[in-house]
Design a protein around this ligand. Structure first.
Ligand SMILES: CC(C)(COP(=O)(O)OP(=O)(O)OC[C@H]1O[C@@H](n2cnc3c(N)ncnc32)[C@H](O)[C@@H]1OP(=O)(O)O)[C@@H](O)C(=O)NCCC(=O)NCCS
Length: 335
């Protein structure tokens, strides 16, 4: 058995910055409310006409990760792309990335696990590498939320939270089983599927019905979130799944070099930090600048932490996520 390790990280954020004051112009909200409840000060939205999307942002992040990994795109054996906002209903965006990177015929798979998508994708890549089936895997998280949000007061509890962006990592095989991904832990609980969901475009309502309905009051095309219920479940599951990883690796909380929680809400991250008695230096947060970019949030934060020199060889890194499904998971990495 091999281990897998990350050898290159990259990120891409659209240039268009949307502040809380900008949101105040289209909905009944305030900078004060958003900062107090979520920690978010600004986020990025793709500007209409910028010709950007999930695949193009994923490609830009991937090119940086590939360069840092010092390998050619053509040496990638598998692409895993995590997103809840694919460019098309089908096919997935992974194949669009493959085409843009000019990789002839490697498998390209989309992972539809929402905020936990990147953790699921990393765990999946790890398994393919561990068994020896693939050597180099490109793992991407990319989201284009802004085009599908209700930017009126009706959608304010959801729309102020989400932002656009992408992150990517290149993983490869290592024969040193003391480095790289040491363990991963995945869970889901489908009974809460609708508590954080977008059910509008679905196979129960095929196209003719959707077109003829054309009902401006139909909010099923916008994301729905039962905010407080999600919050309560998130803090429990984050805690459980980090503990699961600590138990498996035998690490104590104070040995964690960097915890990168999915950037759902700064209050959730602060709760988790306190629960494990971690210092500010042990937790990375950038939700203040980017909002919640779902599957992209962990690879973007991982890239920034690495760029800032906070993750170096030897650092014990913990990634943890919770989101729609409900789904949750953690990955323990000896960098
Ligand atoms: C969404 C969230 C920030 C809302 O915070 P909250 O403290 O739970 O707020 P509530 O939903 O109870 O709403 C409180 C009030 O603020 C109002 N409100 C909601 N969104 C608002 C906004 N953007 N601006 C101003 N007021 C808003 C509500 O209408 C409500 O008003 P009321 O008391 O008059 O009815 C919080 O529930 C949360 O972060 N949940 C988890 C979200 C998450 O992590 N999602 C991704 C999962 S990966």
């Amino acid at each position: 058995m091999f281990n897998s390790k990350i050898i290159g990280v990259g990120k891409y954020l659209p240039k268009n910055v949307v502040s809380n004051a900008d949101l105040e112009k289209t909905m009944d909200t305030s900078n004060e409310w958003i900062v107090e409840r979520t920690g978010i000060q600004e986020r990025r939205h793709i500007k209409k006409g910028d010709n950007d999307g999930v695949a193009t942002m994923g490609v830009k992040a991937s090119k940086i990760a590939l360069e840092r990994a010092n390998i050619n795109a053509q040496d990638i054996d598998l692409i895993l792309l995590a997103t809840l906002s694919p460019d098309y209903y089908f096919p997935g965006s992974g194949v669009l990335v493959q085409d843009a990177l000019e990789i002839p015929d490697c498998p390209a798979m989309d992972i539809r696990m929402q905020c936990s998508g990147f953790v699921y994708a990393l765990a999946t890549a790890d398994q393919f590498i561990k068994t020896g089936m693939y050597k180099n895997v490109l793992v991407i998280g990319s989201e284009y939320h802004s085009g599908g949000l209700d930017m009126t007061s009706r959608g304010r509890n959801v729309s102020v939270i989400f932002g656009d962006g992408a992150g990517a990592v290149v993983m490869t095989r290592t024969e040193n089983n003391k480095e790289g991904i040491l363990s991963s832990h995945l869970h889901s609980e489908g009974k809460h599927a609708k508590e954080l969901s977008l059910i509008g475009p679905n196979t129960g309502r095929w196209v003719p019905e959707i077109i003829t309905e054309n009902d401006p009051e139909d909010i099923s095309y916008y994301p729905y979130m039962n905010g407080q219920f999600v919050f309560k479940n998130a803090i429990v599951r984050f805690t459980e799944v980090i503990n699961e990883g600590l138990k498996k690796t035998g690490w104590s909380a104070n040995e964690i070099g960097m915890l990168i929680p999915h950037q759902a809400n700064l209050r959730i991250a602060q709760f988790v930090q306190k629960k494990f008695g971690l210092s500010d230096d042990q937790v990375y947060n950038n939700i203040q600048r980017y909002g919640n970019t779902t599957a992209a949030s962990i690879p973007i934060a991982l890239t920034e932490a690495w760029e800032e020199g906070k993750i170096v060889p030897g650092t014990k890194v913990v990634l943890a996520a919770f989101g729609s499904g409900f789904t949750w998971g953690s990955v323990m990495i000896q960098w």
